[in-house]
Design a protein around this ligand. Structure first.
Ligand code: PHE
Length: 340
């Protein structure tokens, strides 16, 4: 029997290196040590041996089983290694190679337009200052000649804050007095800022939006300077010469006050869908700074004059890109944002 075992071992050991897959190893191992395996068959004969032989053969067969089991395990490990080698050869990826795709974010359309607006004004020698989102009733209203009876001060239009006379800026004009007091003419600044109004929200109204205020003060400033500055900025922004039209308009902080329109940059003034066939686009309020406002800012209206304007940046971006609903700007929907 010992001889049979020896022959069996050498046969099995000789067969193992030829096994190509784990399944082949399992099948072969089963054919040796499984229920009906060749080794199992031989070992069944042990029970018929003498007590002495039982001991010897039992010991030998246990050792044999251990050796075979080690040989099968070694083959399984080798097959796993070969597979890894194979995958490394065929599936190697150089993770340092640039993919050409960058999933980085980008500027919001409002920010982008603001940077363009700022550039245009900077080229004309303007300084860019930031407005305050939280301001006072004095700066937002009194200092810019808005009478205490003015409806804009109502609960409905203004977000009043707790504490004495604090409000969320309803207009960047709340910076006029700050600028006049802190600078000496010649003054040439734009003040972009976020403003807040207690509005019902719809496609063209938001409770939170962006304005750009402009203030120029020097000796002999006139409406012609205003027209030039605005025409230059808009022509820059749309990449095409536009013309400016002034209509009378009322704002307490300017005198005379005007509504500024510009010729439609899409049809050149002929009339199209964007300008609603009129050839003109309504743009903003402006005018020559009211003497009361200059005085409140510490400047003598007999010596200095200036103009001020304020436009809504949201509206400008809507015109520029043909956006029809103002609510898109605030709701952070990537399907909207990824278009810019
Ligand atoms: N502050 C005005 C508004 O919010 C705009 C404006 C600014 C008008 C400066 C005239 C001069 O409507």
């Amino acid at each position: 029997m010992l001889n049979t075992l020896k022959v069996l071992e050498s046969e099995v050991l000789a067969g193992i290196p030829a096994l190509k897959s784990e399944q082949e190893v399992y099948d072969f191992r089963n054919s040796v040590v499984g229920k009906n395996g060749s080794l199992t068959g031989v070992l069944k004969g042990i029970k018929d041996l003498s007590a002495e032989d039982k001991q010897t053969v039992g010991k030998v067969s246990n050792e044999l089983r251990d050796r075979l089991s080690a040989a099968f395990d070694a083959r399984l490990a080798a097959i796993a290694d070969e597979r890894v080698e194979e995958r490394l050869k065929t599936e190697f990826v150089d993770v340092t190679v640039p993919t050409g795709e960058t999933a980085s974010g980008h500027l919001h359309p409002i920010t982008r337009a603001l940077l363009e607006v700022e550039d245009a004004f900077k080229r004309m020698g303007f300084e860019v200052l930031e407005s305050k989102e939280v301001t006072t009733e004095y700066l937002n209203f009194d200092a810019v000649n808005v009478p205490s009876s003015h409806p804009a001060r109502d609960m409905q239009d203004t977000f009043w804050l707790e504490g004495k006379g604090n409000v969320l800026s309803t207009q960047t004009s709340s910076m006029q007095n700050v600028i006049l007091k802190s600078k000496t003419p010649p003054i040439r600044v734009i003040i972009p800022g976020r403003v807040f109004r207690n509005e019902d929200i719809d496609a063209t109204h938001e409770n939170t939006f962006y304005q750009v205020e402009g203030i120029v003060v020097d000796k002999g400033i006139s409406m012609a300077n205003l027209k030039y500055a605005i025409r230059t900025m808009l022509s820059d922004l749309f990449g095409r010469e536009v013309s400016i039209r002034l209509r009378p308009g009322y704002f307490p902080f300017v005198e005379p006050g005007v509504e500024v329109d510009f010729s439609c940059p899409f049809c050149g003034g002929e009339g199209c869908r964007i300008c609603k066939k009129s050839g003109w686009i309504e743009f903003m309020g402006a005018g020559l700074i009211h003497p009361n406002v200059l005085r409140e800012g510490g400047l003598d209206p007999a010596e200095y004059s200036g103009f001020a304007f304020g436009f809504g940046l949201n509206r400008l971006v809507m015109i520029k890109y043909g956006i029809t609903d103002m609510r898109h700007f605030q709701n952070a929907d990537v399907r909207f944002l990824s278009q810019f």
